[in-house]
Ligand binder design. Sequence first.
Ligand code: RP5
Length: 168
Amino acid sequence: MAEQYTTVEGAQVGVLMGSTSDWPTMGATSETLTALGVAHECNVISAHRAPARLTAYCDSAARRGIKVLICAAGGAAHLAGVVAAQTHLPVLGCPMKGWSLDGLDSLLSMVQMPKGIPVATLAIGKAGAINAGLLAASILALSDGGVRERLLAYRREQSERVDKVPQA
Ligand code: RP5
């Protein structure tokens, strides 16, 4: 059977989200990784609607050279934990905003992993989505000089843009 997920040759980061409805937020993760020159692949794989596909993805990720996984989900937000249970790769979790509790439900679902299987949970919404890309790059930078240089340049440019006096 053909693989039911998208793979990118040379990808170091796998971005997973539970639904296409997460993409308006998670597009910011992809843009951040692209800005840092980090090859990555993006897939929608719901933990509860497509569990077999998720297991197949997790089984292949490390073997294909993926080094970090970023998982976004809203509501019960179990995607990151289910992925972390099926791979030794570091898993960064992005709780999605919205829902009845405006993302607090997603955050608490994701961050409250019982001991033994960690998920590094970021902030709710777009800030967390961008930071997930940056944190993935930091992890890769430990062993990839090119990513390290680009990440340091990104941070230098960010510092230069910081206002020195209050702006109207
Ligand atoms: C989660 O349920 C997804 O990650 C998404 O945040 C949420 C809603 O999904 P849809 O009903 O919009 O497909 O699994």
